[in-house]
Ligand binder design. Sequence first.
Ligand code: 5GP
Length: 221
Amino acid sequence: MNNKTGSDEDKHPPLHRRGLLLVLSSPSGAGKTTLSRALLDREPNIHLSVSVTTRPPRPGEQHGKDYFFHTKAEFEAMRDAGGLLEWAPVFDHLYGTPRPAVETLLEAGNDILFDIDWQGAQQLSEKLAGDVVRVFVLPPSVATLEQRLRDRAQDSDDVVARRMHAASDEISHWAEYDYVIVNHDVTTSLKGLESILAAERLKRERLLGLGAFVRDLQKNL
Ligand code: 5GP
């Protein structure tokens, strides 16, 4: 057996990890946005993909932080030029993921968080299958869902009623996801989400150079 020192270990071929795409979907009001903001606060190595939308900003929302707010014509021009990785109509408006930002972050080995609906999750999974980790967030009850939509107090009664109706459609896609979190409280859900992220980051397929690294380890045994 070779008696190797700590400094020799540094000479093994480098290990890199492929960035992953963590997709969070849920019916509107299930607490997904709060959860994703909490994750971003705690995890410096994951970046939010800021979507483009034709929806008008809600009070307090900022262009470039919450969304890139654009007209329908601007959105369609971006989409037709291939600038969107995925896009979908949601509640009378168009939403999409800008492609260049995602590509730049992935190439640099970063993880990216997506707050997008089931249509976007499907499209990302088709395009980047092995890199996508899908998490569906469920409300603990219908009453909680409605209360959260009302507490948000930023949408009219009519919008709240329509979002309640749409919740059923969104929820019907739960089985297309890798993980499901029932969001009773943010603290517990955040722990679950962080555990998912930690485990997914350790997946063998995401570690580049692992074969060479292990062969080198064996060579020295
Ligand atoms: P909201 O208008 O409440 O911000 O978002 C409405 C829905 O659109 C949410 O379910 C949200 O996840 C989804 N959404 C936001 N951005 C995108 C996107 O870029 N692509 C897709 N497919 N859905 C999105």
